[in-house]
Design a protein around this ligand. Structure first.
Ligand code: KG4
Ligand code: ZN
Length: 327
């Protein structure tokens, strides 16, 4: 079964062709990072206009690179939320137009669920085993999710303020390291030492996260002129955030006796987080390659495959849900 996936929830215009939910035939995207970097963050109105310009060429590129014609497709999958309304609308409307013109089934996908399913894009290697625990860490979310079967989720914990990626982006801005902040902090942290003792919000007895305290502590260090070496500050910040993410993930994995731990979302591209979690977990850890951690359309197509198999279909009244939740 070959599915065309479409993803336009934020600032990447992405299309992919995936076979049987596991094999990527093509996965191109157009990033808008250079455009938004000028403003220090994603500008929603600019993002939706860029999606309009890029979406058709990216879809054509996906089909060409996959060597698949329109008639060989079995379905269309598109992100319906969470995300920016104007951005999501571009993908959803293009997907509906294609579904109508080609008589193809269409399915709306939750972007967060898509991030989790990046872990199924491993070709013939064994797929993830249930029950599993997934830490989703992106620009908008830090969620600990227990998954007992395809499509069944229990959110055990979530952030109470800033998401992990958002914290990285804000810390980078505080340190003058540019946008997007995650990769910038990681780069700066390579040569630093964690000399600053920044606070860790353990929120004991819960699986929730909080990252606004560590960000504020960093801001105070800058305001008080205590930072001599930006690399040391970046390392101190990265260590503080990752220690909490890893410790709380492993606690939840033990408590729920899961068979595997999955990492997903843009922050999962961070090599310090990848190493630390893999090196500490009592159960196997699975992490997509970095390019499948950040936003892409292959993960959306992968997720939809299991929905289509279960007989789910959307109608042409499919709409965006900007605040869509997982469970
Ligand atoms: O999943 P994603 O591409 O988009 C959302 O759904 O939000 O995640 C983007 C987030 C940004 O906050 C970015 O700074 C962060 O992921 N990120 C990283 C790294 N690469 C991207 N954070 C830490 N280290 C990285 N290497
Ligand atoms: Zn994302």
């Amino acid at each position: 079964m070959k599915i065309l996936g479409i993803e336009t929830s934020c600032d990447e215009t992405a299309a992919a062709v995936v076979a049987d939910g596991r094999h990527i035939l093509a996965n191109p995207l157009v990033s808008q990072i250079d455009i938004h970097a000028r403003y220090g963050g994603v500008v929603p109105e600019v993002a939706s206009r860029q999606h309009i310009l890029s979406i058709i060429p990216v879809i054509e590129q996906a089909l060409d690179a996959a060597g698949v014609t329109w008639t060989e497709l079995d379905g269309i999958a598109v992100t319906v939320g969470p995300g920016l309304a104007g951005s999501l609308l571009v993908g959803v409307n293009v997907a509906k137009a294609i579904a109508l013109a080609r008589g193809l089934p269409i399915i709306g996908v939750n972007h967060l669920e898509g991030h989790i399913y990046a872990n199924w894009l491993t070709d013939d290697a064994a797929p993830p085993a249930f029950p599993l625990l997934c830490l989703i860490v992106s620009g908008g979310h830090s969620d600990l999710v227990l998954m007992t079967e395809h499509g069944r989720y229990a959110v055990l914990g979530r952030t109470r303020d800033d998401a992990a990626g958002e914290a990285f982006d804000k810390a980078a801005r505080i340190l003058g390291l540019g946008f997007p902040g995650g990769p910038a902090i990681e780069r700066a942290a390579r040569t630093g030492t964690p000399v600053f003792k920044l606070p860790r919000a353990w929120l004991k007895g819960t699986h929730d996260f909080s990252f606004s305290g560590v960000k504020t502590a960093l801001l105070h260090l800058v305001e008080n002129g205590q930072i001599k070496d930006v690399a040391d500050a970046a390392t101190s910040f990265q260590e503080a955030v990752i220690e909490v993410l890893v410790t709380k993930t492993i606690d939840a994995a033990r408590e729920n006796r899961v068979r595997e731990v999955l990492l997903a979302g843009g922050v999962a591209a961070n090599s310090r987080l990848r190493q630390w979690l893999s090196g500490t977990s009592p159960v196997p850890v699975r992490i997509p390659p970095p390019a499948l951690c950040t936003d892409n359309a292959a993960m959306i197509a992968a997720c939809s495959y299991y929905r289509l198999q279960a007989g789910q279909r959307a109608g042409l009244d499919l709409d965006v849900v900007t605040g869509l939740k997982l469970a």
